[in-house]
Write a protein that binds this ligand. Structure first.
Ligand SMILES: Cc1cc2nc3c(=O)[nH]c(=O)nc-3n(C[C@H](O)[C@H](O)[C@H](O)COP(=O)(O)OP(=O)(O)OC[C@H]3O[C@@H](n4cnc5c(N)ncnc54)[C@H](O)[C@@H]3O)c2cc1C
Length: 354
């Protein structure tokens, strides 16, 4: 059995972000690190997007920035600006390549497919594999997206569409999300917020085809990439062990009301790097309790009133867009929180408190 100063279980977004943050800040000079990752090869498998409210190490992996976005419900559209916090999209393929190229240069970093020969008890372990069993009643954000290419100019590449609720809801919460990379290319995603018990929601290919051909009225296009995923909108319950720190989704880095996780992972990595010498003695890094509390109420409302959610999301954007962006990105002050809360329908939110 080999022991290491640090072991990272799972070389995905959180595991690699942490390893990179430690490496570029010289925290691995005289230390050994093992990364355990079962996948055989790294290729683009996700597109990470967020409002840039926090600086990160991966500007060179950004595929596109938008300064404008829109949100739709049937018959109504809001056009909003996000100049101060541009909406960014990161290509996971570029992210994996950049990090792995850097990490491979350090002879103190070892890569393993499993933990068979690793002494996990005598190393400081950062775990990014969530335990998602026994959470059958939890809500999920599940989705499928395709990148498409058109022959003729079609998209307005300056404005991304955050949520288009003008589509079938099927008793749940459903919207489309469109990121136009250029006039001829875009990522189009069908997204559901539900308990995932109803597998009939998963006819994603049909939903996307109908949306592109009938709602967008685009007939001549080809699909160049596809991604599918499900983000738990609940905190995984991982076994607590003294020398283990959970990171990423496993470490509660998902904002439950939105599914946004990427920037929280970057902030968590920085916190760990800044405190690496005594990290096991410190409080674990968490999304602020006020957001955990408010998101819990929000998800209760969502579960009990799915048909009201398109309007609720739309009303939220009656605030200044910076206020909503800061709130959804865990960076709002009390005044901004109040401003969001006051725009919500009072009675169903009060009922969700009890
Ligand atoms: C398709 C998709 C799109 C997303 N888009 C966004 C977005 O736009 N914006 C945003 O903020 N968030 C997004 N998320 C949410 C979140 O940012 C990602 O899920 C992110 O990858 C979470 O990072 P992670 O390291 O916790 O998990 P992962 O990136 O999934 O990494 C976990 C790693 O553990 C490995 N592993 C699995 N089992 C084991 C095992 N037994 N032992 C060792 N390793 C193991 C896996 O192979 C994987 O590499 C998205 C999620 C998905 C699935």
């Amino acid at each position: 059995m080999k022991d290491f100063d640090f072991v990272i279980i799972g070389g995905g977004c959180a595991g690699l972000s942490l390893a990179y943050e430690l490496e570029i800040n010289n925290k691995l000079k005289n230390k050994t690190l093992a990364i355990i990752e079962p996948r055989n090869e790294y290729k683009k498998d996700k597109t990470w997007s967020f409002w840039k409210t926090y600086s990160h190490n991966f500007e060179d992996c950004v595929k596109k920035n938008w300064k404008y976005f829109s949100i739709n419900i049937p018959q109504k559209t809001k056009h909003l600006e996000c100049d101060s916090f541009p909406y960014q999209t990161i290509d996971s393929g570029l992210f994996y390549e950049k990090i792995n190229n850097k990490l491979k240069q350090n002879k103190n970093i070892y890569f393993y497919k499993n933990d068979q020969n690793i002494d996990l008890e005598n190393s400081l372990v950062f775990n990014s594999v969530p335990n998602l069993n026994d959470q059958n009643n939890g809500l999920w954000q599940h989705f499928c997206g395709v990148e498409i290419e058109t022959k003729k100019d079609f998209f307005d590449e300056k404005i991304m569409n955050l949520m288009d609720f003008d589509c079938e809801q099927r008793g749940s919460v459903h919207f489309f999300y469109t990121l136009p990379y250029s006039k001829k290319t875009a990522l189009i995603e069908t997204t559901w917020l539900s308990e995932m018990k109803d597998s009939s929601q998963k006819d994603y290919d049909k939903q996307i085809k109908e949306y592109i051909e009938n709602s967008l009225n685009l007939k001549d296009y080809k699909i160049t990439y596809k991604e599918e995923g499900a983000i738990p909108l609940f905190y995984p319950i991982n076994q607590k062990i003294k020398n283990k720190i959970d990171i990423g989704t496993a470490g509660g880095m998902t904002r439950l009301s939105t599914g946004y996780t990427f920037l929280n992972i970057q902030e968590q990595s920085k916190y760990i790097r800044e405190n690496i010498e005594n990290i096991s003695k410190l409080k674990t890094f968490q999304i602020k309790k006020k957001y955990q509390f408010l998101d819990n109420i929000f998800l209760k409302v969502l579960k009990n009133n799915p048909s009201k959610m398109p309007n609720i999301f739309f009303r939220m954007f009656n605030n200044k867009s910076n206020t909503v962006i800061k709130f959804l990105s865990n960076r709002s002050n009390l005044f901004e929180d109040l401003s969001i809360i006051l725009k919500m329908p009072k009675w169903i939110f009060v009922k969700a408190l009890f």
